[in-house]
Design a protein around this ligand. Structure first.
Ligand code: CAA
Length: 258
């Protein structure tokens, strides 16, 4: 597929997607989100890819859903096309790890897309926000839910009600991002982390991701029970035998992804 709104590359075992609508600060229109969903499909089907990085430019990860495209849509339009659900949630359903490398603006749908990824590495110029209230609407790609789980009610409520942006320092303090990296080193660092993940046992990585995500969907007791069972299941894996044997032998493990 020829992509027009994203640039898709592979860097060794890492699938890299760059959002690329510079004239609109990477505003997320239907074509871009269709292309992103397709790129995730391709990387997910490719055994040689162990981790995916989604990034934007130094000025903007994405300044939100495309306001010009959606302004005139009617209720029936958005309902019938299942706006957001149809193609945006593909990222959240990806079983391989997805890292968001965010520099510049991550606003509205841009912040929501970053939060659909497994973790966010932030450039030191990153700015996060849910400014939909300024447009007479509300976040529609999970912002009121995911942001609240990341940063708690008070900050999420203030951001959704006032459109206040959070800078990288505050985002790290609040648990929205895992780390801050100087913006000119952000992509290299994201690729480095993604490469490291790709060198591990792919099924163990997928299982760990599934288990952490379960924490958002269930009670503590059920979550721990889920973790225990899925932890037990790793003892059926050749990679668990190899990983522990390599530790005992003081050598690097040779994972076979099974
Ligand atoms: N949709 C469409 N176009 C957008 C856009 C968006 N979300 N954000 C920026 N652009 C366009 C601008 O219209 C402008 O295009 P023109 O040159 O053709 O006028 C271009 O990108 C550059 O933007 P600015 O001139 O505004 O750049 P700036 O540096 O002065 O300001 C900004 C940057 C503060 C991010 C500002 O562009 C802005 O406020 N953008 C909108 C942010 C927003 O409201 N996002 C939420 C969208 S709704 C949503 O996402 C719903 C949901 O939950 C799914």
């Amino acid at each position: 597929m020829a992509y027009q709104c994203i640039i898709v590359e592979t860097r060794g075992p890492v699938g890299l997607v760059r959002l690329n609508r510079p004239q609109a600060l990477n505003a997320l229109n239907a074509q871009l989100m269709d292309e992103l969903a397709k790129a995730i499909d391709v990387f997910e089907a490719e055994d040689a890819i162990g981790c995916i990085v989604v990034t934007g430019s130094e000025k903007a990860f994405a300044a939100g859903a495309d306001i010009k495209e959606m302004q005139s849509k009617s209720y029936m339009d958005v309902y019938k096309e299942d706006f957001i659900t149809r193609n945006w949630e593909r990222v959240a359903r990806c079983r391989k790890p997805v890292i968001a490398a965010v520099a510049g603006y991550a606003l509205g749908g841009g912040c929501e897309l970053a939060m659909m990824c497994d973790f966010i590495l932030a450039g030191d110029n990153a700015k996060f926000g849910q400014p939909e209230i300024n447009l007479g609407t509300i976040p529609g790609a999970g912002g009121t839910q995911r942001l609240t789980r990341f940063v708690g009610k008070s900050k999420a409520m203030e951001m959704c009600l006032t459109a206040r942006m959070m800078d990288a320092e505050e985002a790290e303090r609040s648990g929205l991002v895992s780390r801050i990296v100087p913006k000119d080193q952000l992509l290299d660092e994201a690729i480095k982390v993604a490469t490291r993940i790709s060198e591990l046992s792919a099924p163990a990585v997928m299982i760990a991701k599934e288990s952490v995500n379960r924490a958002y969907e269930t009670t503590l007791a059920e979550g721990v029970r889920f973790e225990r069972r899925i932890f037990h299941s790793t003892f059926s894996m050749a990679d668990q035998k190899e990983g522990m044997q390599a530790f005992i032998d003081k050598r690097k493990p040779q994972f076979k992804n099974k």
